[in-house]
Design a binder for this molecule. Structure first.
Ligand code: SAM
Length: 341
């Protein structure tokens, strides 16, 4: 069944509602499966075979999908990966995305390794904001978690993003029990000196073959416990639709602290997103086992009506909520690196 598509204004913009009345206006677009880190909770030890050039959507194909999605009501597009900054031509692609009719807001999620090199150009290309994923402030742990070097470069990337006005700068940290959860307070203290949003995201059991399993989960209540030991947290009300973080601030803090209880207290009722993988599959939910094939449609027809139908079917297939913790929960074969987070 196709979702209801309503004309919402005279300039023929549309807004897509899913079967549960949620407005779907946010697209997460993965532009590559490749990454310059090998985070243990994201990718298996043996790595993941790279997709071939032919398997990956070209920038032209992605722009076509994005144009159709914006026409259907998407307002914000987050460019992700793999590591999006490793794909050649990403700056020009971001500029073209932002210049689509409807001028969607373009944001990026990155591990920050190349941000020092690209922050200025990203800003000039029209990128509005950036989320940087960082799980430790300790060099030896960075090496252990990511299986690569680079903490200093990520920290320089944060400063560069701030300096070039990619604001508000958000840092996403995934606390994992027995690995880095003892750094929650260190990360939170960054908000005392910097106007950054530091957000703690619950570890998610996305794929079955990763180094860290269930026993490493560090749920929101434990995150809040660690934060409260540092000082009094003031809850900031944030009524933005689609906002997934509960926001707090320490007295005198310049930045904000977010807690995203993706697993323990899901916010599926607020979900406003679709995800497209680098090989052109639409995922109705982060935890979907089923995907819809956009690539075959892109490569077999020039008529956008078919693309619209696939996107609309993905919206219609959005489940009410994820099934983590339920007896029927199934882990998929894709790792987060192949989904985009
Ligand atoms: N390379 C980019 C980056 O690091 O932001 C984009 C892709 S990365 C897969 C997107 C996000 O997924 C990162 O913030 C990473 O921490 C998060 N992630 C990966 N595996 C996860 C897991 N099992 N649970 C929670 N978050 C995870």
């Amino acid at each position: 069944m196709l979702p209801r598509i309503f004309a919402t204004s005279l300039n023929r913009k549309f807004s897509v509602l899913d079967s549960f009345g949620r407005t779907i206006d946010y697209l997460r677009l993965s532009i590559t499966d490749r990454c310059n880190l090998r985070c243990r909770y994201c990718m298996p030890d043996a790595g993941v075979p790279d997709l071939s050039h032919h398997d990956i959507l070209s920038y032209e194909e992605m722009l076509r999908v994005a144009r159709v999605a914006v026409d259907m009501g998407v307002r914000k597009i987050r460019v992700t990966g793999g590591e999006p900054l490793v794909r050649k031509g990403v700056i020009d692609f971001i500029a073209r995305l932002g210049a689509l009719p409807g001028n969607p807001e373009i944001t990026l999620t990155t591990n920050g390794l190349l941000l020092g090199d690209y922050a200025r150009d990203l800003k000039a290309a029209g990128l509005s904001r950036v989320n940087v994923s960082l799980d430790t402030l300790r060099p030896e742990r960075f090496r252990a978690i990511t299986r690569r070097e680079g903490l200093e470069r990520v920290l320089a990337g944060l400063e560069a993003a701030q300096c070039h006005g990619l604001k508000p700068l958000k840092i996403n940290m995934v606390p994992i029990a027995g690995v880095n959860a003892d750094e929650v307070a260190d990360f939170a203290r960054l908000t005392l000196k910097h106007p950054w949003d530091v957000r703690f995201i619950e570890f998610m059991p996305v794929a079955r073959d990763l180094d860290y399993g269930e026993e490493h989960r560090f749920a929101a209540d434990r995150i809040l416990g660690a934060l409260a030991e540092q000082g009094k947290l003031e809850l900031i009300s944030d009524s933005r639709p689609g906002s997934v973080a509960r926001l707090y601030r320490y007295d005198g803090g310049l930045g904000r602290i977010g807690v995203i209880p993706a697993v323990s207290q899901h916010f599926c009722g607020e979900c406003n997103r679709l995800r497209i993988t680098a090989d052109g599959r639409v995922r109705p939910c982060l935890f979907s086992v089923e995907e819809l094939d956009l690539r075959i449609v892109l490569r077999s027809s020039d008529d956008d009506i078919h693309l619209k139908a696939v996107l609309a079917s993905a919206v219609a297939a959005k489940p009410e909520k994820h099934r983590i913790g339920e007896s029927d929960f199934q882990q998929g074969s894709r790792h987060m690196q192949g989904i985009g987070g």
